[in-house]
Design a protein around this ligand. Structure first.
Ligand code: NAD
Length: 723
């Protein structure tokens, strides 16, 4: 054993196993060890605190423990570099080649030259990681001898983008794991791959896709989850040498579990080094790991996926830029800002081009989808044509079919960008290539996909035209502010009235979606007045809105409550059943109106004014009314038909029907959602588009304000028939 950095005489250059095939480890004496700065949470409060003499003794004890199983080589420490003792961070060594570290923190960067010098002097091929990315050696690269792969950490120190380079350079499969807790700032403090295939790890250190990846690759009986107590005693920072596991003392429970699995612990107190955030594994570097380079192409060694996107709009003053960057990192991705042109004045737009990287294609898709949902104009610029896959069965799309949003979507087919027709969310895109004509694309519900249809899959060759983020978002602020004051409701209603008047003047279409609460709150006469004044081009609802409207028209009650006096009428809870029965006898609502049975209210206005209505059925419906469509696929079709060409959709207190309508409505259609529950309004109106607005208020009051602002006098209620 030599302590001066000279390899032992039998030690072959490059650190091959020495005599008897013993492993080789690199250590660095703690001559200059201390805590002099804070670059991880363990260092906090520990500046100048380590007992240096004790640290030296602990290090010697570790070296002795390791030397029982391995050849230990020691490289010379450098003054002023207190963390150089943690040689695991020197680089990643495999097959006598080393990818040198490029440290994230400037405090550790000067270590790089010392380690590079040592590796070169000892015959290793030294490779630098790709600029400008960070990589902290075996701190974030754990070699799994059993699976012949590298577990790679990112999210705290090393860059995700460096991973494919590592995979290609070392010709080894890599699995990227995101670290989410700054205390577990390196992978080697949260995961240890043991010989024979066991993996010891601390689950809370990882995000859920990373945990899923660990679970996918490591069978349940081979997983050794480590508690917070043991993880904080650096149990995962263990050096595995055959059966021996050299580490800081651990709990009896973990020791017993490890023993059960055939691992014999050798526990060495390393508490002085814990003040700097390191333990046994950090204090040593394996030099002799070899692996069989993966056969075939470098492709597939890393699952990483990337895409370049463009963002445009008021990126800074709407906070969109920050939101997009958060979406990327919160979902386990990373970004390079390739270009950023900031608007110079409040009215100027900004432009950014980003490369988004994710550890797996599924995560990239989730990120791109969320950027769209937040209003980012995420045009892919590095892409070929759309990937088209033929459907193998009627009513079933290919597994990774592109799921549409509310935003206009274009697909690149045969070199042309084609806009998908009938834009709606949650659909597939079917492409047709008629002979001698340009290709066509259409949003198609999965149930309508036919065998052999060419369906767009993934995000390649797809661009989604989200509106440029605009500086005007008072509606959003209004909507998310919770319960609105009466005055604010009035102001908002005034704006809606103005828009409705303009839509009517230009012969546009306003579609109303209404729930029975409209009737219960006394809004019925107002809605009927809007219909008569030509402000409603179609009415969508369920059985209940029509039932209670006609109950009111016939008996003066809604759900048995007298709407004029507010009194509960004896036996009134059965009123609506009698009305349904009578309408069924007439054969239809229209027939009941024509027969004079229904003389007022919303349904009466629809029939008289020729305004089409669609009543979609539900499991709780009484009756139902003859017009209620109990076949839901057919009801969805009729809703979609009624919504075609709508300029505005007024969604009045029906969560069920409003959600259905929201899914069918493309962006560009003005959506106004009125509900007393702020959570419902947020859900319905928060589509990341400025077309949506919400009003949190009583719907009866809303309708009264609306007719007033439109200057419509609500007709006195129709004379009632005797009950
Ligand atoms: P829903 O739960 O989908 O929506 C009701 C909404 O009204 C809720 O979001 C609630 O927050 C809101 N709301 C309550 N009070 C309000 C107020 N004063 N002002 C504004 N918003 C208010 O329920 P739904 O649309 O009533 O019914 C769901 C389905 O059940 C429909 O298909 C309906 O036809 C059916 N239904 C049938 C019958 C019947 O046949 N007798 C009766 C009730 C409901």
């Amino acid at each position: 054993m030599q302590l001066d950095g000279t390899p032992p005489p039998h030690h072959a250059p490059g650190g091959e196993p020495g005599a008897g095939g013993r492993p080789h480890l690199l250590m660095c004496a703690p001559d200059h060890f201390d805590v002099q700065y804070v670059i991880n949470p363990w260092m906090e409060g520990n500046i100048g605190r380590p007992d240096i003499a004790r640290a030296r003794a602990q290090w010697e004890a570790l070296r002795a423990a390791l030397a029982r199983h391995a050849e230990v080589v020691v490289c010379p420490p450098a003054p002023g570099l207190p963390d150089m003792v943690f040689t695991a961070n020197a680089g990643l060594v495999l097959n006598r080649r080393v990818i040198l570290s490029a440290f994230a923190h400037p405090q550790r960067q000067p270590e790089e030259v010392h380690f590079a010098e040592w590796f070169r002097a000892h015959g290793f091929e030294v490779i630098l990681p790709p600029e400008p990315y960070r990589f902290e050696g075996c701190g974030d690269a754990v070699f799994d001898t059993h699976r012949q792969l590298l577990w790679l950490g990112y999210g705290q120190r090393s860059s995700l983008e460096a991973h494919p380079f590592i995979a290609e350079t070392m010709q080894i499969e890599t699995v990227s794991l995101r670290l989410v807790d700054p205390r577990y700032y390196h992978l080697d403090v949260a995961l240890c791959a043991l010989p024979g295939g066991d993996v010891m790890y601390h689950p809370p250190a990882f995000d859920s896709p990373s945990l899923a990846e660990i679970e996918r690759r490591v069978a349940p009986e081979r997983r050794i989850p480590v508690s917070a107590g043991d993880a904080q005693a650096f149990a995962c920072n263990a050096v595995a040498l055959g059966e021996a596991l050299v580490l800081h003392p651990i709990s009896d429970g973990l020791r017993a579990r490890l023993r059960e699995r055939g691992h014999v612990t050798e526990e060495v107190d390393l508490s002085e080094f814990h003040r700097a955030g390191g333990s046994a594994f950090c204090l040593s570097l394996r030099l002799d790991h070899t692996h069989r380079p993966a056969a075939g192409a470098a492709e597939g060694l890393s699952a990483q996926a990337g895409r370049v996107i463009d963002l445009q709009g008021h990126l800074l003053n709407t906070g969109l830029m920050a939101r997009v960057l958060d979406v990327i990192t919160d979902n386990g991705g990373s970004f390079d800002i390739l270009e950023f042109r900031a608007g110079q004045r409040p009215e100027d737009q900004s432009r950014a081009r980003l490369r988004v990287t994710a550890p797996r294609p599924s995560q990239l898709e989730a990120i791109i989808e969320q950027i769209h949902a937040r209003g980012g104009d995420a045009d892919g610029v590095e892409q070929g044509g759309a990937r088209l896959v033929a459907a193998s069965k009627d009513g079933v799309a290919p597994a990774d079919f592109h799921v549409t949003t509310i935003y206009p979507t274009e697909v690149l087919v045969d070199g042309q960008w084609v806009t998908a027709e009938r834009q709606r969310m949650d659909a597939a895109i079917v492409v047709e290539r008629p002979k001698g004509e340009p290709p066509r694309a259409r949003c198609t519900l999965m149930r309508d996909v036919r065998r052999g249809d060419l369906v767009v899959c993934g995000f390649d060759g797809v661009r989604v035209k989200t509106p440029s983020a605009s500086g005007h978002h008072d509606e959003f602020a209004f909507m998310s502010s919770g319960v609105s004051s009466e005055r604010r409701v009035e102001i908002e209603v005034e704006k809606i009235a103005w828009e409705m008047r303009r839509i009517r003047e230009r012969g546009g279409r306003t579609v109303v979606v209404a729930g029975p609460v409209v009737i219960h709150t006394g809004g019925g006469p107002h809605l009927a007045a809007l219909i008569r004044a030509g402000h409603v081009q179609a009415l969508l609802g369920g059985n209940a809105v029509a039932v209670h409207d006609m109950e009111q028209a016939v008996l003066g009650t809604s759900l048995g409550v007298d709407l004029r006096s507010g009194a509960v009428i004896e036996g009134g809870h059965r009123h609506h059943l009698r009305v349904i029965n009578a309408i069924r006898e007439h054969g239809s609502i229209a027939a009941a109106v024509r027969a004079g049975f229904i003389r007022g209210g919303v349904m009466h206005a629809c029939v008289e004014c020729g305004v089409p209505f669609v009543l979609a059925g539900s499991i709780r419906d009484d009756g139902p009314l003859p017009e209620t469509v109990m076949d839901l696929v057919e009801a969805q079709r009729q809703y979609a038909e009624a919504l075609r060409g709508a300029d505005m959709v007024l969604m009045l207190s029906s969560m069920l029907h409003a959600i259905g309508v929201g899914n069918m409505t493309p962006s560009g259609v003005r959506l106004i959602c009125v509900d007393i529950n702020p959570a419902v309004v947020t859900k319905l109106a928060d589509r990341g588009s400025l077309d949506a607005a919400g009003v949190v208020t009583d719907v009866g009051l809303f309708l009264a304000h609306l007719t007033a602002k439109l200057g419509i006098t609500t007709a006195p209620e129709a004379p009632l028939l005797a009950g």
